[in-house]
Design a binder for this molecule. Structure first.
Ligand SMILES: Cc1ncc(COP(=O)(O)O)c(C=O)c1O
Length: 291
């Protein structure tokens, strides 16, 4: 992310340069990580899957009993104002809502005004070179908490998991809980078996990426079977193809896991055909589904 300090951001109803934005040390986001966030991709200054992001944000807020401080329309207006002020055409909008400011006490105080922060930065998508070769990943036990479904700003587990891959020069850490694939530190994970795209079931242990339903749509469009079911570690290591998905990565092929090539025969260690078709479909969806 290219983040210029003079970039405008939004904090609690005010638009101001990022360098001047300050929150209280008693903000429960700072004290407890008591808040949620969203990351929305922007292509050509248009918001991709905006309503899906709003729906997930509402689900996260509901699970934490934080009231949504804005209507859909006021979110749209607010975010569009910042997007218009950014020099880059393609951006990533970051929205954070915390429970607000209060004296430190674990119990959720009643009637707090949530803290609202929004910033946007230039999007840095994976390079053509990275897409061509695919990325390396490592595997690890999923040692995070059991509420991965909440898009919580408490991301220490994800930070530790991501650093493990960074230390190995890898792009992501694929996580397994009791031997079953959950997700990666900042992406969802998909495998291809016999031409079908498989993903772990939605549930408490996985963040439901906006690409979960989007990939289901794209699979339908291009005639690829799509199935959510528990995926064992051996299924990942023996898959024909493995992919990551996230707002920034879109869909990205994984070609090495723990130093071994992904796939079979001549395709071993190379991005596969299912990835290629879904990537093309994704590029078309960006044009159609942005507002
Ligand atoms: C833990 C985790 N899982 C999955 C995802 C993918 O979600 P999305 O496709 O909405 O970006 C993310 C995105 O940042 C993430 O942090």
């Amino acid at each position: 992310m290219t983040l210029l300090p003079e970039t405008l951001c939004h904090l609690n109803g005010q638009t101001l340069p990022l360098r001047d934005a300050k929150v209280s040390v008693l903000d429960r986001g700072f004290i407890f990580g008591d808040g949620i966030y969203e990351v929305i991709p922007v292509y050509g200054r248009r918001l991709f899957c905006f309503d899906e992001h709003m729906a997930r944000m509402q689900r996260s807020l509901g699970k934490l009993r934080i009231p949504n401080p804005h209507t859909r329309e006021s979110w749209l207006r607010l975010v569009r104002e910042l997007v218009a002020a950014q020099p880059a055409e393609d951006q990533l909008v970051y929205i954070e809502i915390t429970r607000g400011v209060a004296l430190r006490d674990h119990v959720m105080p009643e009637g707090l005004t949530p803290t609202v922060f929004v910033m946007t930065s230039a999007m840095k998508p994976p390079t053509v070179e990275t897409r061509h070769h695919g990325v390396a990943c490592i595997t690890a036990r999923d040692f995070r908490w059991e509420r991965g479904d909440i898009k919580s700003i408490s991301l220490l587990g994800n930070v530790l998991a991501r650093q493990m891959s960074a230390d190995h020069g890898a792009a992501e850490t694929l996580l397994f809980r009791d031997g079953w694939l959950t997700e990666a530190s900042a992406s969802n994970v998909w495998v291809v078996h016999e031409g079908a795209l498989l993903g772990p079931p939605k549930g408490d242990h996985v963040l439901e990426g906006i690409r979960y339903d989007l990939l289901a749509e794209l699979c339908e469009e291009v005639g690829i079977a799509y199935n959510l079911r528990p995926i064992a570690e051996a299924d990942v290591l023996g898959a024909d193809e493995v992919m990551l998905s996230s707002a920034t990565k879109e869909i990205l092929p994984v070609t090495r896991i723990d130093g071994e090539g992904v796939g079979h025969g001549a395709m071993r260690g190379k991005p596969g055909p299912v990835y290629g078709r879904l990537y093309e479909a994704y590029q078309r969806a960006k044009v159609v589904q942005s507002i």
